[in-house]
Design a protein around this ligand. Structure first.
Ligand code: HEC
Length: 144
């Protein structure tokens, strides 16, 4: 009961400190549109979800000290994925997008190699740097 009360108090005071929420404030989306069609977007997003799966496998692999799992997971989002992007989508991607996307796939390839020998702390740090690529691009672009 005491716990519930503390939880209630915490929720109420957090609530009052929050800035205006979505229903009271217009959110201005400043990301550039890649102009993908609905079907291109569906395929593009499915690749994105696979990149998230790669990250999941990498983190789980590091936690379990399982090098093979890290390697398999990272390989999936390496250059093979870059090559598999349909030409119609490639043609629409601006240089600024490619400048972030290309190195991201290369970093997955680098992780495949590093996972053979690097210690788990170094691999975690590298994954942290890799995740910054995701963040940078997500801040700049939207699919359509
Ligand atoms: C070069 C640009 C770029 C990079 C790098 C990038 N993304 Fe994305 N990602 C996007 C765009 C654009 C979208 C679509 C956002 C939108 O339309 O709102 C997206 C969407 C996603 C989504 C949502 C998928 C869905 O079904 O809606 C996930 C998950 C995702 N990305 C994961 C990742 C992860 C994990 C990484 C890094 C390992 C990553 N992305 C790197 C551009 C990028």
């Amino acid at each position: 009961m005491k716990k519930l009360l503390i939880l209630l108090l915490a929720t109420t005071s957090f609530g009052s400190n929050l800035p205006a929420t979505a229903d009271t404030q217009q959110y201005d989306d400043q990301r550039s549109s890649l102009g993908l069609s609905d079907s291109e977007k569906a395929q593009f997003l499915s690749e994105m979800r696979r990149m998230l799966s790669s990250i999941q496998g990498i983190v789980a692999g590091i936690g379990d000290n399982n090098r093979e799992m890290i390697i398999q997971s990272a390989r999936y989002s390496g250059n093979r994925m870059a090559r598999a992007t349909p030409e119609s989508v490639k043609a629409k991607l601006p240089q600024a997008f490619k400048d972030i996307g290309g190195p991201t796939h290369l970093m997955f390839e680098e992780l495949v190699i590093r996972a053979e020998t690097d210690d788990m702390t170094t691999l975690t740090q590298f994954t942290g740097v890799l995740l910054k690529q995701c963040q940078t691009c997500h801040a700049l672009f939207k699919a359509n």
